[in-house]
Design a binder for this molecule. Structure first.
Ligand SMILES: C[S@@+](CC[C@H](N)C(=O)[O-])C[C@H]1O[C@@H](n2cnc3c(N)ncnc32)[C@H](O)[C@@H]1O
Length: 268
């Protein structure tokens, strides 16, 4: 199956995606509402992973609508069983690479989160995906801006780790400032100037999901960071969470994880 996804689907990556789903849930829901997801719509969620965005969209389109999630990896099995466990019946999933995807009829909306940045030619993919939407329907994509993650006040440990994470993502060939480029990308794909919104999860020492998410990202890229010589004197992923929590608490700091930028446009 053709995919350029470099982050894999080890247990730890699936765990990270589930945590990410929780941490970004409110921002994603808000953005999808702004983009115009409404009861009764038929939605395609591309690069659905374990299904968080599909399940959110299923909530917004309600029992009269439907959502179909597609992913190149067999993580769709997990998405399916999560939907079944939650009793969600208006969502289905297929394992397919995006460039092999064929629909029997156009949908009302194509959506995706953290997928375009992994594709070799995101503008061409966006143009093709927009072609699966009926005229008047919606295309909405969310991507993040890893480059602007920070804490207030600055915490040296957080700065060191997030700096190493950013360099590791770049070493994996990923653009750490992809989100802010969505506006230009939509125009390149022939969708005009999109509407946009930004939201970032932010919290302090008691926000365990948020700090664990930071530690799990460090775990994800640790072997790459190690290969780049960025781990000397830096806590391991297992050591990071308690240390970070202590420093955030001592500084009464607030930590902001990567802002998520959503862009949407109507298909003409
Ligand atoms: C970072 S994950 C995001 C998952 C989900 N959208 C979310 O926000 O939780 C990106 C997903 O895109 C999938 N993916 C990457 N390239 C793909 C392609 N060419 N076709 C289909 N899926 C792809 C990966 O398998 C992975 O599950």
């Amino acid at each position: 199956m053709s995919t350029t996804y470099t982050l894999g689907h080890e247990d730890s990556e699936v765990r990270r995606l589930l945590l990410q789903g929780r941490v970004y849930r409110a921002d994603t829901k808000h953005a999808l509402q702004l983009a115009g997801l409404k009861p009764g719509m038929r939605v395609l969620d591309v690069g659905c992973g374990p299904g968080d965005v599909s399940l959110l969209a299923a909530e917004l389109v309600g029992p009269t609508g439907s959502v179909h999630g597609v992913d190149a990896a067999d993580v769709v099995h997990l998405a399916r069983s999560r939907a079944a466990d939650q009793g969600v019946t208006n969502v289905s999933f297929t394992q397919s690479a995006l460039d092999e995807l064929v629909l029997e009829e156009p949908v009302d909306a194509v959506i995706g989160r953290l997928i375009l940045m992994h594709l070799p030619d995101p503008a061409a993919a966006l143009r093709r995906l927009a072609g699966l939407v009926r005229p008047g329907g919606v295309v909405a994509f969310a991507e993040n801006d890893i480059a602007t993650v920070r804490s207030y006040p600055d915490i040296p440990l957080f700065q060191t780790v997030t700096g190493a994470v950013a360099r590791s993502f770049e070493a994996l060939g990923l653009d750490i400032s992809f989100g802010p480029k969505l506006g230009a990308l939509f125009q390149e794909a022939g969708l005009g100037i999109p509407k946009m919104a930004v939201g970032a999860p932010m919290g302090g020492a008691d926000d365990i999901d948020l700090l664990t998410y930071a530690a799990e990202i460090w775990r994800l890229v640790y072997p790459v960071a190690d290969g780049l010589g960025l781990t000397a004197g830096v806590p391991t992923p297992d050591e990071l969470l308690p240390l970070l929590q202590r420093e955030v608490e001592a500084a009464r700091a607030s930590v902001m994880m990567p802002p998520q930028i959503t862009a949407w446009a109507q298909v003409r």
